[in-house]
Design a protein around this ligand. Structure first.
Ligand code: FAD
Length: 412
């Protein structure tokens, strides 16, 4: 690295990280004085990107998706930029915002690298309690191995308990229900004697709390048709063994509920909440739930010094959702561009760009391979449209444009 090299370091290589990287390479670097002195680096423990929303169906069987579209090689998407781009196969493990250095630990030999940064983007996302639903800081092979172990035990499972009534829990229940039990006929409201008893437990009054209660209730009807029962207003208090559904993916377990009952589960799936992957960030830069304390309008991490940004599930800028994140990318990039121009002694052409998160009732939830519920911008969506927009392939084909950078071909 030359003395004049200015590194833009992006920690995390999924929706947020790859999008900021493409946007920067396409629309920011060419506008800076001495563009050849800048380089964009993505640090990620996974050499592939994955369409994460597809996990509830992908975990059931490889037959449902073209695996080459579900898992996509990250570096190939950036070959178009030559030496302007660098990939480091590593975890971010430390951050010194005074010295402006990120420490990363290489996946191969565990050695550490210190990366000086001119600008930094924290895009390390979040992990799920179930290792079936996300890369969780690992790679494709580890996730596929988890799926293989889980699928092998589906052959003999008679009962599955899923904790969590949000979209992830409901989609997972719907996919498993249809795959294992099939679907009740047109005239039946419920599948009688399902082969596998699948139960969703939620502490909330209704499932799918992001949506109005009537939509959650409609979802319950579709779940009943694939042999899924829902227990509402009840918490999972404990699971024995405690690692069931986590590191012991296929352990039979006893699930103790807050109503005093206990469910026996051949398979248990914790499908509630996520944990931000931000352990490497000092607690003074995080909010209580662990996400990076980010200015929700500018997407800068104000307390981290100049030219530090965060977006996506690692940030507290908005609720975790791909459509909100995709609207945030051009704003983050505009402010990054402004700050880089200023640091290069130029007067930026405009003021800060301001982000406003879309807080409308927007959420699509497939239930099995042909039904679904949801709303977009406050309008309830018929089941057919939920299937058409999301349920057909959980956006696996469409997401290819995000990975290649085609989605960011124009500066918006
Ligand atoms: C099962 C499931 C279904 C979902 N369905 C939907 C949906 O239908 N619609 C929707 O809008 N949203 C959905 N979401 C939410 C959506 O997936 C997230 O909002 C989105 O993935 C966030 O992208 P991200 O880039 O911030 O982080 P992530 O996608 O979490 O990716 C983080 C990346 O950072 C890497 N990383 C982790 N730790 C480190 C580290 N220490 N150093 C460097 N890199 C690291 C990871 O390997 C990963 O590549 C779903 C989430 C889940 C779990």
């Amino acid at each position: 690295m030359s003395d004049t090299q200015k590194d833009i370091i992006i920690l995390g290589g999924s929706y947020a990280g790859t999008s900021v990287a493409h946007y920067t390479l396409k629309h920011i670097l060419p506008t800076l004085p001495s563009p050849e002195s800048y380089r964009v680096t993505i640090v990620s423990p996974s050499t592939e990107v994955i369409c994460r929303p597809a996990c509830p169906r992908a975990l059931v069987s490889d037959e449902y998706f073209d695996q080459t579209k579900l898992f996509v090689d990250l570096q190939e998407q950036f070959a178009q930029y030559g030496t302007k781009f660098r990939f480091i196969h590593a975890h971010a493990t430390g951050l010194d915002t005074e010295g402006r250095v990120a420490t990363v630990t290489l996946v191969g030999d565990g050695s550490q690298l210190k990366l000086d940064y001119h600008a930094l983007v924290i895009a390390t996302g979040s992990s799920t309690p179930s290792p079936l639903l996300s890369l969780n800081g690992g790679g494709r092979d580890a996730l596929k191995e988890n799926w293989k172990t889980f699928r092998a035990s589906l052959a003999t499972a008679k009962s599955i308990v899923i904790a969590g009534g949000g979209a992830t829990g409901i989609e997972t229940a719907g996919e498993l229900g249809e795959h294992l039990n099939g679907r009740a006929g047109f005239l039946s409201s419920k599948l009688d004697k399902p082969k596998v008893q699948i139960t969703v437990v939620t502490s909330a009054k209704d499932i799918l709390p992001v949506l109005r209660p009537a939509i959650g209730q409609a979802a319950e009807g579709y779940l009943a048709k694939v042999g899924v029962d829902v227990i509402k207003g009840v918490k999972v208090e404990s699971v024995s063994p405690s690692e069931a559904g986590g590191s012991e993916i296929t352990a039979k377990s006893e699930v103790k509920l807050s109503n005093g009952k206990t469910l026996s589960a051949d398979l248990y799936i914790p499908a509630y909440g996520t944990t931000p992957n931000t352990a490497f960030v000092d607690s003074s830069l995080r909010v209580q739930d662990g996400r990076v304390d980010t200015n929700p309008e500018t997407l800068r991490v104000d307390k981290a010094g100049p030219r530090v940004y965060a977006a996506g599930d690692a940030s507290n800028y908005a609720r975790p959702a791909v459509h909100i994140l995709m609207e945030a990318i051009p704003v983050l990039a505009a402010n990054l561009k402004r700050d880089l121009l200023q640091a290069a002694g130029k007067t930026p052409p405009s003021d800060d760009r301001i982000f406003k998160a879309d807080e409308s009732e927007t959420h699509l939830v497939p239930i099995g391979r042909s039904k679904g519920v949801g709303a977009a911008k406050g309008f309830k969506m018929p089941s057919f449209f939920v299937w058409l927009i999301k349920g057909r392939d959980y956006w696996v084909s469409m997401t290819g444009n995000t990975w290649t950078g085609q989605q960011w071909a124009k500066e918006t």
